[in-house]
Design a protein around this ligand. Structure first.
Ligand code: NAD
Ligand code: MG
Length: 390
């Protein structure tokens, strides 16, 4: 890469699937990037290892109980150690040239907003933040003049396809979906799936939460909301198409009936590389696409009866106000309960739907409102799950 000086980079969620893929790419071109902050939730050992390897300026662990462990692990280095959610915000406010927002869940919202406020470039993987607080995040990016680069493979694909025209020339955006591990399963078969089956995605290697979301197809619902905020073409102009091979990552159709698509191997390092080097292109060691070997690409309409989560998300964005934040928080709780073995697979979407119907708080105006809704929704979802078990 040929920047005039090394880019300063901070990675929120450095120990996760997206965080580690980002660091893999930086390993390929160390001299172009200087690491400011690396963060993790509770894995002090892994965070310390990465902070040492990349000579980070700051290492932040969200779990304050891990502060001493991290401090010990980084003894003898110049790396500053911090802990707790407030320290995540402070690290984001350092204002790296390029910030990767790759914390999973709404917990990533405060540092992402703080990074946007610096007016630099934020690469966004943390879709839950955008689902819960899309208006707030987009307004913050606009007000601060920040560049928000989508990392989710579909949204990164759309972003790339939009280099071929203008948003007001778009007729339709098509988000592709692999269909997840249960694409061909009946509801009866899905009734008894285990967490291990749900996290075993056929094409992508991802964190546990997003893997379960892909299996229920709530992931596509969250991505619909994400696309709605990132690409203002109207919700009715965003379609979902099941494409089991995950080769076409999404498409943009223009008014002249030209459709641009972005293709690539299903490897998150490809969209991450596009965001990391943007507006340049970097060389990666990812596997290039071999279409002759793949042979064929298949497409089918989503089955909303077996995968109701997609329509639930569409209704949430239509309803607006607090509903997308409720959908997200209820889903985070239900997925965590499923992973612990406390609820059945098909109950995940039912819990989300019931919680949405259970109350209607006023429209959130700020971060305090969002976290109020998030907290109450979590309490309601936990109570609902506990009630069902007694
Ligand atoms: P992951 O579970 O592998 O990693 C999550 C990271 O966030 C870890 O570093 C963890 O320590 C940190 N974290 C978790 N909870 C936290 C908390 N409460 N406070 C602070 N830090 C916390 O997740 P992932 O698969 O890398 O996904 C990260 C985000 O990117 C998610 O929003 C996901 O939807 C999105 N995304 C992931 C992929 C993928 O291929 N993995 C693709 C598209 C989008
Ligand atoms: Mg995606």
């Amino acid at each position: 890469m040929t920047y005039s000086a090394p880019r300063t980079v901070s990675i929120f969620g450095a120990t996760g699937s997206v965080g580690k893929s980002t660091l893999d790419l930086i390993r390929l071109d160390r001299q172009s990037y200087r690491i400011l902050a690396l963060t993790a939730n509770g894995n002090a050992k892994e965070l310390a290892k990465l902070a040492r390897e990349f000579d980070a300026e700051v290492a932040v662990i969200a779990d304050a109980g891990q502060y001493d462990a991290l401090k010990d692990l980084l003894a003898g280095t110049n790396i500053e150690v911090a802990a707790g959610p407030e320290s995540l915000i402070a690290a984001a406010a350092l204002g790296a040239d390029w910030t990767m927002a790759a914390i999973v869940g709404c917990a990533g919202l405060p540092p992402t907003l703080a990074a946007l406020k610096c007016g630099k470039t934020v690469a966004l993987a943390n879709k839950e933040a955008l689902v819960s607080a899309g208006h707030l995040m987009m307004a913050q990016a606009r007000d601060a003049g920040a560049v928000l680069l989508p990392v989710d493979s579909e949204h990164n694909a759309i972003f790339q396809c939009l280099q071929g025209g203008r948003i007001d020339q778009v007729r339709k955006i098509t988000l592709t979906a692999s269909g997840g591990p249960f694409r061909t399963w009946t509801k009866e078969q899905m009734a008894s799936v285990t967490p291990a089956q749900a996290v075993a995605h056929p094409n992508w290697d991802m964190g546990a939460k997003i893997s379960v979301d892909s299996a229920t197809m709530m992931n596509k619902g969250l991505e619909l909301i994400e696309a709605h905020h990132l690409f203002p073409v109207g919700l009715e102009n965003i379609d979902i198409l099941v494409h089991p091979q995950s080769v076409i990552h999404s498409m943009v159709e223009y008014h002249d009936c030209s459709t641009l698509a972005q293709l690539g191997s299903p490897d998150m390092r490809i969209p991450i590389a596009s965001a990391l080097a943007w507006p340049e292109r970097m060389t990666t060691n990812c596997v290039p696409l071999d279409l002759a070997k793949i042979g064929r690409l298949d497409f089918e309409a989503p089955d909303y009866d077996r995968f109701p989560a997609i329509q639930l998300a569409r209704h949430a964005i239509e309803a607006g106000g607090a509903v997308p934040a409720i959908l997200n928080a209820a889903n985070e709780v239900a997925v965590a309960a499923f992973l612990k073995g406390d609820v059945q697979f098909l109950e995940i979407t039912k819990i989300v739907s019931r919680i949405i119907d259970s109350y209607s708080p006023p429209e959130p105006n700020d971060l305090t409102d969002i976290f109020g809704i998030d907290k109450e929704t979590r309490e309601r979802a936990i109570a609902m799950i506990e009630d069902a078990r007694v």
